[in-house]
Design a protein around this ligand. Structure first.
Ligand code: ADP
Ligand code: MG
Length: 377
């Protein structure tokens, strides 16, 4: 993160005085547990080293100024209206969400930079929301527990920005700790820190951004949700998490719904098994679960595309203990659990395989499980 521009200096240039503090909040990757959230299931994200950095200071009246150094854009506003468009709505939405919940938050200046790539499935949006929320809690002395903070940031994205997303991104950006993944039960909102000290085991988590342009994602996502809802109606349950006897449930469903349900139910099981395996530092088992998750997304949920399948196959061939697509699907990132000594060669192998297949160049990086939102200075 050291190459990021200095937000404090830029804040001083904008506001004419230094910021009251600098805050940071990371992006995230989901280790395992895909399309489980809206079925009341489990996810297991961890925070990545890439993060949003935010300098902030209070104003003496209700006016908000937002500057993104990355977009070279400054916006000033004196009112907060849900449905406002533009990058600053993610920050303004957090102010609005806090005020809506009855917290006393006044005006502020914000200067932002982030190295979470936008739109790569690493949740650059949660990073800037959670940095803003953490800053405002400190500046306005708000005593809000971490899960409630995550929910307020989610409300900003749902109700102010207008993006209907789940809680995982904001929960991860707020609650994650270094060398851990965050188990989240999306129904009960139970959370648990799960050890993920890959380096102690001589491993790395290699992420390959396939750079696949997403197409038809919204329609396909809606179709998957609709399949799950149809299956629930047939089975007479509210959420697929309630399925206890998978074979009995599958026997009652049409072929397509059966495959969709099999993914969701087995994926939930894999998350629970991954939590157990991580408690035992059994990374070989975690790897097998990741690869099984990918096969389930490819064959039963049908949300993978040729680029991500090729990346997974190549990583497994290059020594990975396991590999899978992460995120909603139809492109985005693949992650692999791999011996540290093999990581660089594996990234090169994916690059070569993509060239040979005529795909655009992927971008690879190591994603060490990192800390969640916090004050830097
Ligand atoms: P992602 O998967 O990266 O979260 P989203 O579409 O949910 O993608 O959020 C991306 C949006 O968040 C951007 O279009 C922009 O409005 C905002 N954003 C993210 N990072 C920055 C930044 N560094 N500066 C300004 N806006 C940002
Ligand atoms: Mg987002």
């Amino acid at each position: 993160m050291s190459e990021l521009p200095d937000v404090a200096d830029n804040f001083t240039a904008l506001a004419g005085e230094p910021p009251e503090g600098v805050w940071v909040a990371p992006g995230r990757i989901n280790l395992i547990g895909e399309h489980t959230d809206y079925n009341g299931g489990y996810v297991l994200p961890f925070a990545i080293p890439q993060a949003a950095r935010l300098a902030a200071g209070r104003r003496d009246r209700d006016v908000w100024r937002f500057r993104s150094l990355d977009l070279q854009s400054t916006v000033e506003q004196e009112s907060l209206t849900p449905g406002t468009h533009g990058w600053h709505s993610y920050l303004a939405g957090v102010v609005w969400s806090l005020r809506e919940a009855g917290h006393s938050v006044g005006g502020a200046d914000f200067v932002l930079t982030s190295d979470v790539p936008i739109g790569a499935g690493l949740s650059s949006s949660a990073a800037i929301e959670c940095a803003t929320l953490t800053a405002l809690c400190d500046l306005y002395h708000l005593d809000i527990d971490p899960m409630q903070r995550a929910r307020l940031a989610q409300r900003a994205e749902n109700a102010y920005v207008g993006a209907p997303t789940g809680l995982m991104d904001q929960a991860a950006s707020t609650l994650c700790t270094a060398d851990h993944a965050l188990f989240l039960d999306c129904h009960t909102l139970e959370v648990r820190q799960v050890p993920l000290d890959v380096r102690a085991a001589g491993l790395e988590i290699l992420v390959v951004d396939t750079k696949t342009p997403h197409s038809h994602v919204d329609g396909e996502y809606a179709a998957r949700r609709a399949s799950c809802e149809r299956a629930c109606r047939i089975l007479g349950i509210d959420l697929l998490r309630e399925v206890t006897d998978l074979d009995a449930a599958l026997a009652r469903l049409p072929e397509l719904e059966a495959r969709r349900v099999r993914h969701v139910v087995t994926e939930n099981q894999r998350v629970l098994e991954a939590v157990d395996a991580l408690a035992d530092a059994d990374f070989a088992r975690v790897g097998r679960l990741m690869t099984a998750s990918h096969a389930s997304m490819r064959d039963d949920y049908e949300i993978t595309v040729p680029t991500v399948d090729l990346a997974v196959e190549t990583l497994l061939g290059a020594g990975a203990l396991g590999a899978r697509m992460t995120g909603g699907g139809f492109g985005g990132c693949v992650l692999a659990l791999i011996p540290a000594a093999d990581a660089e060669a594996a990234a090169t192998a994916v690059q070569r395989a993509f060239t040979a297949a005529g795909f655009g160049a992927p971008v690879s990086f190591l994603a060490h499980p990192s800390a969640g939102a916090r004050r830097l200075a």
